[in-house]
Design a protein around this ligand. Sequence first.
Ligand code: PRP
Ligand code: URA
Length: 213
Amino acid sequence: MQLHVADHPLIRHKVTVLRDKDTPSPTFRLLVDELVTLLAYEATREVRVEECEVETPLTTATGTKIADPPPIIVPILRAGLGMLDGMTRLLPSAEVGFLGLKRDEETLEAVTYANRLPEDLTGRQVFLIDPMLATGGSLVAAIEYALERGATDVTCVCLLAAPEGIQHVQDEIGERAEVSGGVAQVDEKLNEVGYIVPGLGDAGDRLYGVVDL
Ligand code: PRP
Ligand code: URA
């Protein structure tokens, strides 16, 4: 996986506020939205485009438009939903698929509880969005769903990643597909219960509150 780590003072500033345990949910949601817009700018650098003609008030000019078929954005529920608006703001013609994955907190394995992806993703650029890449189990599962539907070009956009998770994605996906990733920061490690350290805690809970299911 080709990984791009954002290096921008505004991104570092916003991530610092996200990490703060006293940042309330409304501010947290706003920051996630702002951060994804900044990250998506770089993550969409290779978005497929085609030439088009545009009539200006004076003449005809050659321009650029997003190619067909349009890209598909896939938020990994729940926490990935917090990144969806920021991503679609930048890619308004993209379609949206949904994957509901819940990490089993005992085994740390990703469990799928919802899958609304098109059956055929051949030729589609897929943007997977999830704030946290911890063990990498959820992201690997999501990439596998995209690959088994024919996608060959997958970009993952995350806010924080652990080195162990990045390695896991490399090991599992290898050269099977063109997978790239954009993250705001790579943290130090995972703790003994699979949380990113220093991290920001449970992203889903911080965005949407705690659910006991
Ligand atoms: C979080 C996060 C990722 C996953 C990362 O979701 O949003 O999807 O954990 O962990 P991993 O890399 O070890 O798989 P969680 O399963 O807690 O669900 P939620 O978004 O509903 O809170
Ligand atoms: N999921 C989260 O939300 N946070 C972590 O630190 C690890 C997994």
